[in-house]
Design a protein around this ligand. Structure first.
Ligand code: TXA
Ligand code: MG
Length: 347
């Protein structure tokens, strides 16, 4: 067991902040520190240090074949890690970085080989969260960072989520409050003439098309575990699993009500994850625990992982969650929900 430190940073967020410096020192000596990004909390380590990167895999219980994203603070630092950068990447960086987008490009070997899990390419991104940027600048290193959860669980959007999963396993957590976007970055393969979305995320297909025209979608990404091999190795794993089974309900509130009634009649306790509109229409019953995801699709993205983590084993037997339109950030939401669910129920 490691005695995990916790820093709570609310003001003077810059690389000279004493707490940022303390956290950075752990990274510099080869330890792991979790920190907020605008998407989810990441578990960071020096991306140029193989032993430090190995600690990430160990703390998370992450499969060795799943590569990590290198986080940098500037475009210059990003270009230091890659080669053969197509022109359209320049335009993407100018438009969306810092922000929730990860570029997959040929690696130049500066990062340790376990960052890329042996692939010739590397995922690189410039997060926009001020704490992430200050921390990266304070260490002056590229920071490898997957989401800071135990592998297979929902990603963390608060320092408490990180603590729940990883305290005792990592050197520290920088608490910068809840993250904003709530779903992870869009991972986009930039090794071909036309970019390919490998994982939908914070920057939407529609936004990308405005800047680069045609954008392809990796056909494997939606189906989770399939015969087609996803180009982002992480997309083949079952992910985001809540403590109790979750069913996705593809239908209106009446259909949701029917499924609830049947479960209650069977003596089950039910957790309902839905937006406020839907929840207001459901008749309240004993043994039904509701968690609101807010109103807009942006709210749903921001509240999703906290919602998945809010239902505990022993309190509810099953979680029911509604489906969302797969437009804009809805693509990322539905990608995560399909992976989190054990069953999809159509009307
Ligand atoms: O928003 C995010 O991206 C968060 C924050 C912490 O930055 N990070 C994150 O990392 O979600 P992780 O490790 O949980 O997911 C990274 C995804 C995985 O599906 C992985 O397989 C894919 O990116 N990936 C990383 N490097 C890749 C590469 N070289 N080629 C293809 N896919 C890659
Ligand atoms: Mg993850």
């Amino acid at each position: 067991m490691i005695d995990t430190r916790r820093w709570n940073i609310v003001k003077n967020i810059n690389k000279s902040n004493e707490m940022i410096q303390e956290a950075a020192n752990y990274l510099i000596i080869g330890d792991t520190v979790a920190f907020p990004t605008e998407t989810v909390y990441g578990l960071g380590a020096d991306a140029t240090n193989k032993n430090a990167v190995a600690k990430i895999f160990q703390a998370k219980g992450r499969p060795q074949d799943n590569p990590l994203i290198a986080h940098v603070a500037t475009k210059e630092q990003l270009l230091n890690l890659v080669t053969n950068v197509p022109d359209y990447v320049d335009r993407l960086i100018e438009t969306f970085s810092p922000g929730p987008i990860t570029y997959v490009l040929p690696s130049n070997g500066v990062c340790a080989e376990n960052v890329t899990a042996g692939l010739s390419t590397i995922g690189v991104r410039i997060p926009s969260h001020p704490v992430a940027l200050a921390l990266i600048k304070a260490c002056g290193l590229p920071i490898a960072a997957p989401s800071a959860n135990i592998s297979g669980k929902p990603s963390p959007t608060t320092a408490d989520h990180v603590w729940e999963d990883l305290s005792g396993r990592i050197a520290g957590v920088v608490d910068g409050g809840p993250t904003g976007v709530g779903v992870e970055s869009t991972v986009i393969d930039c090794t071909q003439d036309i970019p390919v979305i490998l994982r939908p995320g914070g920057i939407t297909l529609e936004e990308l098309e405005v800047v680069v025209g045609k954008v392809l979608i990796d056909p494997a990404f939606e189906k989770g575990e399939t015969k087609e091999k996803p180009k982002a190795p992480g997309m083949k794993y079952k992910h985001y699993a809540p403590e109790v089974p979750m069913w996705l309900i593809d239908g209106d509130f009446k259909h949701m009500q029917q499924v609830i009634n049947n479960l209650i009649a069977d003596g089950k306790s039910v957790g309902v994850l839905a937006n406020r509109n839907t929840l207001e229409r459901l008749s309240s019953e004993e043994k039904v625990y509701a968690h609101s995801l807010g109103e807009s699709l942006e709210d749903v993205a921001a509240n999703l992982y906290d919602g998945l983590r809010s239902f505990k084993y022993g309190e509810v037997d099953i979680i029911l969650c509604e489906t969302y339109q797969e437009i804009g950030i809805g693509q990322a939401i539905m990608n995560r929900l399909k992976k989190a669910a054990s069953k999809l129920i159509h009307e």
